[in-house]
Design a protein around this ligand. Structure first.
Ligand code: ADP
Length: 221
């Protein structure tokens, strides 16, 4: 992945924050890792660019660390919702440009939205949904929620459609969907042409409304 070097701070080094921190470091980013717990911080001493023991609900501490100058701050405080909210509020007040916060539940998310968190993530809920969708369907291999009503899904081509060209299948007119790419073994065809015949086992990357995707899945079943 081509990435621009940026400076990040990750607050809370549990499983989620810790994973973000490791991955960012691996991508060659500058990462400041912060936790209130000394042992957790020690674990990241050799991974992050800086690892600091600090309570992120202390405004003076965040100020003295120059938190404002980071391009992106991730708040990954787990169960302590109050600390997560207060930290986000302080970061917002200090003028941090990009704040991503892990939400524990819908109420937490509501408050975070209100105080202006830029991105709110629910890793457990989202992963749970993703896995449920994968195991519930015979044809959907993976999916990415774009909004409450739209997704991108990976659908495996079975006998119902193999041998047909995209033009003959015509998912745009019949289902309101777009096939944006086809994965075939190790190859990927981006924006496949209308004359492209679908082969058994091809993975179609399809974008559209969830209701239309459901109809297409039923057609394949
Ligand atoms: P996960 O579900 O991602 O494993 P955890 O609840 O285990 O989350 O981790 C959250 C981390 O956030 C813990 O390491 C905890 O010490 C840290 N944390 C909690 N409150 C604060 C705070 N006020 N300042 C900094 N770190 C905090």
């Amino acid at each position: 992945m081509a990435v621009q070097k940026k400076e990040f701070a990750v607050i809370g080094l549990g499983r989620f924050g810790g994973s973000i921190c490791r991955e960012l470091a691996q991508l060659g980013m500058e990462v400041m890792a912060m936790d209130i717990d000394e042992e957790r911080v020690n674990e990241f001493a050799n991974i992050a660019s800086h690892a600091v023991i600090a309570d992120s609900t202390d405004e003076m501490v965040l100020k003295s660390l120059g938190i404002r100058n980071f391009d992106h701050v991730v708040v990954a405080i787990g169960d302590n919702i109050q600390a997560s909210i207060l930290t986000t509020l302080i970061l917002k007040e200090l003028g941090v440009e990009n704040i991503t916060v892990k939400a524990q539940n819908d109420y937490h998310e509501k408050v975070l939205r209100k105080i202006g968190a830029d991105q709110i993530v629910h890793p457990e809920r989202d992963m749970g949904r993703r896995i449920a969708n994968n195991i519930a369907s015979n044809s959907v291999l993976d999916y990415l929620e774009l909004s409450d009503e739209h997704s991108i899904v990976e659908i495996i081509a079975n006998r119902a459609i193999s041998g047909q060209t995209l033009q003959a299948l015509n998912v745009r007119a019949r289902f309101g969907l777009n096939i944006v790419a086809i994965k075939r073994g190790r190859e990927i065809f981006v924006s496949p042409g209308a004359a492209e015949p679908i082969q058994m086992g091809d993975i179609l990357i399809v974008i559209g409304a969830d209701a239309d995707i459901d109809r297409f899945e039923q057609f394949l079943a």
